[in-house]
Design a protein around this ligand. Structure first.
Ligand code: TRP
Length: 362
């Protein structure tokens, strides 16, 4: 395990929703796999956040956690080069959530646009649980418990990172004597416990689903899963709506990936640049190339990507093995989160005596 401290520390997480699909690969996992070599990486499974809407399905949430980790391992997340862990087994996160909730005005929490959107989309504006909005404060603790400097996330998470920066700013000012006007980057060097993390939105990949309209998503039933067989992939790709079903092979076709999702797939999954430009050229000229020919090449490319992932997935077929990986990652996560908690409690005059808790089995 390389935890060389000169590497930048990043933390990111996901609410477990079950099996991962190509949208996850394009949107986040591919990048995380690369970051394992360049950053000190912590990947959190936000299983308590899953309870915000599914408290009545605890067994499903548990199963989703395991599947999600299994698929991430299949895609190349390597437990010897990162720490992958369970939010609910890092008690410092809960303790910090409670403390941080005191630093934020209630109305500030409720103003978060991502939170508002979620409540609206789920029709829960008037009947959400007390804990639902608290998850946003919890997310600040997820990040600050690791004193992470960067948080690789999608655009929708940026308001949560902004809230995190606000918590860090207030804490450092209130309890660590960091001047109110201190520049964000100087909080740590001025004695603040927490660095102000930045959202690393990066190049965002939004992969269309096979309906060709919506973003690929489990709930919309338009996803290609990492565990889909070659045959299933072929069938799903065959169903992709390209916007002009009546086009004849000798009629010019649309190659803008924004307008024709098939070409987004061509560009995303076919590595052979010559083949990609040949397709683009012939398709847009109507040089006797039907959707079928392109779809076969796309299916082959996806199966070529998924093959090794599925082989790796076999190695993690036992739940116990996945749980062992989580146990190790969670152990490393606890070392650092407990250290942060001790610093925070000391700063906030909450340290009355030394407390070490032993996390049995970790
Ligand atoms: N809210 C994030 C999502 O649903 C998941 C998450 C929880 C997270 N804690 C985090 C992301 C900390 C980044 C950092 O996608």
């Amino acid at each position: 395990m390389t935890t060389s401290t000169d590497r930048m520390r990043v933390l990111t997480g996901d609410t477990p929703t079950g099996n991962l699909h190509l949208g996850h690969w394009v949107g986040s996992v591919r990048r995380r796999v690369e970051m394992q070599d360049t950053h000190e990486c912590y990947f959190l499974l936000a299983n308590m956040h899953a309870f915000t809407t599914r408290a009545d399905e605890p067994e499903e949430i548990r199963a989703d956690c395991i599947e999600c980790v299994r698929d991430a391992l299949a895609m190349g997340i390597d437990p010897s080069r990162c720490s992958i862990f369970l939010q609910t087994e890092v008690p410092a996160i809960s303790e910090l959530t409670y403390l941080f909730s005191m630093l934020l005005p209630y109305n500030r929490v409720m103003r978060n646009p991502t939170l508002k959107d979620e409540l609206k989309i789920k029709g829960m504006e008037d009947n959400h649980s007390f804990g639902f909005p608290l998850y946003t404060v919890g997310q600040t603790a997820d990040i600050l418990a690791f004193r992470a400097h960067a948080v690789p996330v999608g655009e929708d998470q940026v308001p949560h990172i902004e809230l995190t920066r606000e918590v860090a700013r207030r804490f450092n000012k209130m309890y660590c004597g960091v001047p109110a006007k201190a520049p964000d980057e100087e909080h740590e060097s001025l004695g603040g416990v927490f660095p102000l993390p930045v959202a690393d939105v990066g190049r965002v990949g939004r992969l269309s689903g096979i309906d060709g309209v919506q973003k690929m998503s489990k709930s919309l039933g338009n996803a290609i899963y990492i565990r889909d067989t070659a045959k299933q992939v072929k069938k799903k790709i065959g169903r992709i709506y390209t916007g002009h079903d009546s086009r004849q092979p000798d009629e010019p076709g649309e190659i803008d990936p924004e307008k024709n999702p098939l070409f987004q797939y061509v560009e995303t999954f076919i590595d052979d640049e010559d083949l990609v430009s040949d397709f683009r050229d012939r398709y847009s000229r109507g040089a006797n190339i039907g959707d079928g020919e392109v779809k076969v090449a796309v299916s082959d490319a996806i199966n070529h990507l998924l093959g090794p992932m599925q082989e790796r997935r076999e190695q993690f077929s036992s739940d116990d093995d996945v749980i062992d990986i989580l146990r190790e990652g969670t152990g490393r996560a606890n070392s650092i989160a407990e250290e942060t908690l001790a610093l925070a409690k000391e700063a906030a005059s909450l340290k009355f005596f030394n407390r070490t808790i032993s996390l049995q089995g970790l």
